[in-house]
Design a protein around this ligand. Structure first.
Ligand SMILES: [Zn+2]
Ligand SMILES: [Zn+2]
Length: 302
C-alpha cells in the first residue's frame, strides 16, 4: 500500500503545490481522495496512471477539491476506458457530479456510478472498507478512513516441525486454513498460525477545523493526512475559514493515536514547509509536511 500526494496545496494552485488530491495505490488499483483542478496532469508526473483509478472519494464541493473531475473523466474516455468508475461524495454528490458530466459535448463510453455517502457510513469492497464521518467545515464535508481487512496470522514453522509435520504440501494446506490428519491426529490451523494481523489504516481529513468525530475515525491509524492551512500564529484565522492550524492537526493526530501525520492543504503563502513541520512536531513528533509527488509506503505491522 502506497500513499502518493498529487496535490498538497489549499484553495488555489501555486508554482510548487497543486490543489488537493491524494492517491492510494493498493495492489493493481488506485483509490483517489479529492480531485482538484489539474490532478490528471499530476498523475503524469507521478509513478501512477490515472487509468488505474477504480474509485474516487470527494471530501466536499469547494472548487479546489473537485474541479479536476470533468477533465479527468474525459481523458479516461479518450484513452478508451471501459471499466466502470465509482465516485463518492457528501450529500449532493450525485446531483453536482451528474451535472458536471453534462458539460460540453461529451458522452462517457464507460459507466460512472455516483453515490452520496452519509455521516457514519461504511462502504465495503473486496479487500478493504472506506468509512466516512462528517467534519467541521463551512459546507457538508466528509473525512474518510480506508481500512484493509484483517490479514491471516504468520505461519509458525518451528512449532509445525515440533508437532512432527513434514515440510511440504501439508504446510500449505494449514496456511490456507485447512485442518490436516497426521498419523490419525488432527492438526488444526490455529495450532500453527499466529493471531490474525490487523490491516493498514489510512485517514484523510478533508478541510476541517479540529473535529472530535475525526479523532474517533482516525483512532490507531497508520497514517493521518490532515488539513493544516495556516501556522499556529494564524490559528484563529484558520478556524474562521473552516480550517486547522499546524498545532491543531498535530493535536488531533496525538489524540487519535495515529502513527504518522502528514500536513496538507498548505496555504499558498508558505514557501518554507519547515516552519509548519517544526510547529506540529512540538505536539506530535512524527509529522511531515507533505509535498507534491511525495510517495510513502504504508507498511504492514508485524
Ligand atoms: Zn480546500
Ligand atoms: Zn473547503
Amino acid at each position: 500500500m502506497k500513499l502518493i500526494f498529487l496535490g498538497t496545496g489549499g484553495s488555489w494552485p501555486s508554482k510548487t503545490r497543486n490543489v488537493p488530491s491524494i492517491a492510494i495505490k493498493y495492489e493493481s488499483e488506485v483509490i483517489l481522495f479529492d480531485c482538484g483542478e489539474g490532478t490528471q496532469r499530476q498523475f503524469m508526473h507521478s509513478t501512477l496512471s490515472f487509468m488505474q483509478i477504480s474509485r474516487i472519494f470527494i471530501s466536499h464541493f469547494h472548487g479546489d477539491h473537485f474541479l479536476g473531475l470533468p477533465g479527468l473523466i474525459q481523458s479516461m474516455y479518450l484513452n478508451e476506458r471501459s471499466d466502470p468508475l465509482e465516485i463518492y461524495g457528501p450529500k449532493g454528490a450525485e446531483h453536482i457530479i451528474s451535472n458536471l458530466l453534462k458539460l460540453g459535448y461529451f458522452t462517457p463510453s464507460y459507466d460512472i456510478i455516483i453515490q452520496d455517502v452519509e455521516d457514519g457510513q461504511t462502504l465495503k469492497f473486496d479487500k478493504y472498507s472506506v468509512s466516512a464521518c462528517s467534519v467541521n467545515h463551512n459546507v457538508p464535508t466528509l473525512a474518510y478512513a480506508l481500512e484493509e481487512f484483517e490479514r491471516p496470522g504468520l505461519f509458525n514453522k518451528p512449532r509445525a516441525l515440533e508437532l512432527g509435520i513434514p515440510e511440504g504440501p501439508l504446510f500449505g494446506r494449514l496456511q490456507k486454513g485447512e485442518s490436516i490428519d497426521l498419523d490419525g491426529k488432527e492438526i488444526t490451523p490455529d495450532m500453527v498460525m499466529g493471531p490474525p494481523r490487523r490491516g493498514r489504516k489510512f485517514v484523510y481529513s478533508g478541510d476541517t477545523r479540529p473535529s472530535k468525530s475525526l479523532i474517533k475515525l482516525a483512532s490507531d491509524c497508520d497514517v493521518l493526512v490532515h488539513d493544516s492551512t495556516f501556522d499556529a500564529e494564524l490559528e484563529q484565522k484558520a478556524n474562521d475559514y473552516g480550517h486547522s492550524s499546524t498545532k491543531q492537526a498535530a493535536e488531533i493526530a496525538a489524540k487519535a493515536g495515529a502513527k504518522q501525520l502528514f500536513l496538507v492543504h498548505i496555504s499558498p503563502r508558505y514557501e518554507d514547509p519547515e516552519l509548519l513541520e517544526s510547529q506540529a512536531q512540538t505536539v506530535f513528533p512524527n509529522t511531515k509536511t507533505a509535498s507534491d509527488l511525495m510517495e510513502v509506503e504504508i507498511k504492514l505491522m508485524k
